[in-house]
Design a binder for this molecule. Structure first.
Ligand SMILES: [Fe+2]
Length: 611
């Protein structure tokens, strides 16, 4: 100590020679460069930058780190042949964190919304991926790091953004008024150009939409073009206010009705019939505002609360018309469909789980951070069920009956049958290696279910692939229900690549008729939509066509390529690729080539052009 102030140096108890040796060692450490190392060793030695150091959570259950890129692929590589009667665009939403989250218990559903578009026409497929320019995305791009805090908790933000729009626009994308609406249920939709994928900005139905929030699962009635929608916590965080809106096909407001729910909670999806709207309120309750202010998650499961289902007349509704039914403690994430029965009842169908599927929002009294449950969540799965909701019932308790005994999710029906009596359902399920249905695992199988008989047909992609919610393209405008093409994204875990599969619903068991291959991996997506080519006001290219003038198009777009007769340089005959060869590789594999390896993001094949 010198005048009461500690001075730098070794502890006084060390012998002098040891002090000298240590000082020498410290000097050497500072001046000696690290020993030579290979790249893998260097990766271990060098720390990732803080703003892009993504934690393992919320990126489980398998290695699925953010992509963080935007891309175009013109004329994607295709295996097989895309049927010529497929004409339209498959849009899909992906939560993709642009920046490392600020809190370690962040949830996957708070990633930045990235929209994928796969435009299919005349047997070709083009691809584009772009982030939605939400207010959050723009601010964080300027800051080069995350600025917004935890999912739906503005009290964990940098105070400068507390009152900004929090939407990540990452859940669903639908087509309305000749534009895309990228949806997140805590905010208004974001409107996007369907061709450039540029963001127009928040959309409020021309000033007619007054609620603070808007569902990610509106319904479009194919018969009328009407847009059926709702918002919960509609007057702000944790409020019990719910709003229902009906717009005509031009975005003109037809109905608006405000009412209250039994409690504030996660009302993720909804359903509709010709006459009624169905609201779904599982016991994932919004926590009190005081808890939000302490940094708590927005939702907490309540084991003692039933699931509630509300119905409201679709036309001329009044707040007092809402009727709430209760059932067992259960989780319904997504609606399959609903329709009016001849008996005046509302029939509502959905997959149901008698457990908290969102385990990352545990009950309030749980100790410690949220953890994966010890028992598979699917153990509590009740299959695809039907609720009969009688508007004139005296008792408000209802029980579900099983329609399809499958452990599945992401239910989807032929869009032409939404709100109507229907017979077919698409479902994501998991099957074992031998093809038998299983209770757990990531979805690797697409099933077409008959909701009357409970039977299903399916195709499994195998153990190393994860499949996503399907989009359905009818074979023709008037083809029978569910007759057409099924599109789904497939994550190849073994190759760390993503492809788009096209299956013929009439022969789903045979597997894809075409595979659209992407030269990179995408993160797992959430929801998406098929938009037929006839729905666009104008037919445009999806990808950048800079330099391709009308003159070039006239000469080369349709005319076949002809080659002069040059015997010494025979034209390549494009033999089919050998089995297992990488995308775009038309010849035999080069010596030593073993195919893409797990963890390698890309192809190893050399370019082959025959020259
Ligand atoms: Fe959803």
């Amino acid at each position: 100590m010198v005048n009461g102030v500690a001075v730098a140096g070794p502890p006084a108890s060390l012998p002098p020679d040891t002090e000298q040796q240590q000082t020498q060692a410290q000097k050497q450490k500072k001046t000696t460069p690290p020993p030579p190392c290979n790249l893998a060793e260097a990766e271990d030695r060098l720390e990732l930058g803080k703003t892009t150091r993504f934690p393992a959570q919320p990126f489980n259950p398998f290695y699925d780190p953010p992509c963080r890129f935007e891309a175009e692929v013109y004329n994607c590589i295709i295996r097989g042949n895309i049927p010529k009667d497929i004409d339209g665009t498959f849009y899909r939403c992906m939560p993709d964190f642009a920046w490392a989250p600020l809190y370690e218990d962040e949830v996957h559903m708070n990633g930045d919304g990235c929209i994928d578009a796969v435009r299919i026409h005349d047997g070709h497929a083009d691809f584009k991926q772009r982030y939605v320019r939400t207010e959050r995305f723009v601010i964080e791009r300027a800051a080069r790091q995350a600025v917004f805090g935890k999912y739906r908790n503005r009290y964990t933000d940098d105070p400068r953004v507390k009152h900004k729009i929090h939407s990540t626009a990452n859940t669903h994308v639908v087509f309305f008024e000749n534009q895309l609406l990228a949806l997140k249920e805590d905010s208004h939709p974001y409107a996007m150009d369907p061709d450039t994928l540029s963001t127009k900005g928040p959309y409020d139905f021309h000033g007619q939409y007054k609620a603070a929030t808007h569902t990610a699962h509106p319904k479009i009635d194919a018969a009328t073009g009407e847009f059926i929608t709702m918002g919960y916590e509609a007057k702000g965080d944790t409020t019990t206010d719910v709003v229902y809106y009906l717009f005509d096909k031009n975005g003109q407001k037809l109905e608006e009705c405000w009412f209250t729910a039994p409690f504030a909670g996660l009302m993720h999806d909804m359903a509709a019939t010709d006459k009624w709207i169905v609201f779904i309120l599982p016991p994932l309750k919004s926590v009190p505002l005081d808890l939000l202010k302490t940094g708590h998650h927005h939702f907490a499961w309540d084991d003692d609360e039933p699931i509630w289902l509300g119905i409201l007349p679709r036309r001329n509704p009044r707040p007092e018309d809402v009727r709430w039914f209760r059932s067992k403690n259960a989780f319904i994430g997504h609606a399959g469909n609903a329709f009016d029965g001849d008996d005046g009842c509302v029939y509502f169908d959905a997959p149901i789980v008698y457990a908290n599927m969102f385990f990352f929002f545990p009950p309030l009294d749980s100790d410690g951070p949220p953890a994966m449950p010890s028992a598979p969540l699917q153990d509590g799965h009740g299959g695809y069920v039907r609720f009969k909701l009688d508007p004139n019932a005296i008792d408000n308790y209802v029980e579900a009956t099983t329609l399809v005994p499958l452990t599945g999710e992401m239910p989807k029906v032929d869009d032409r049958y939404l709100t109507k009596q229907y017979g077919k359902l698409f479902l994501c399920i998991h099957t074992n290696s031998d093809g038998s249905p299983s209770k757990g695992g990531l979805w690797n199988t697409i099933a077409i279910c008959d909701v009357e008989t409970g039977k299903h047909r399916y195709w499994s992609a195998g153990d190393s692939t994860v499949l996503e919610e399907v989009a359905f393209c009818p074979r023709t405008k008037d083809s029978p229900e569910a007759d057409g093409y099924i599109l789904t994204m497939a994550s190849r875990i073994d190759k760390m690549l993503t492809c788009i599969l096209i299956l013929d619903s009439a022969k789903i068991e045979e597997g894809p008729v075409a595979i659209i291959e992407l030269p990179f991996r995408l993160r797992l997506g959430i929801h998406g939509s098929w938009v037929g080519g006839d729905q666009f006001a104008e037919r445009k290219e999806l990808c950048d066509m800079e330099g391709v003038t009308d003159e070039v198009l006239r000469e080369f777009q349709t005319a076949p390529v002809t080659l002069p007769d040059v015997p010494r340089r025979p034209a390549i005959q494009y033999p089919g690729p050998p089995p297992g060869s990488p995308a775009g590789f038309s010849g035999p594999p080069p010596p030593g080539f073993k195919g893409p390896q797990p963890g390698v993001n890309g192809h190893h094949a050399p370019a082959t052009n025959g020259s």
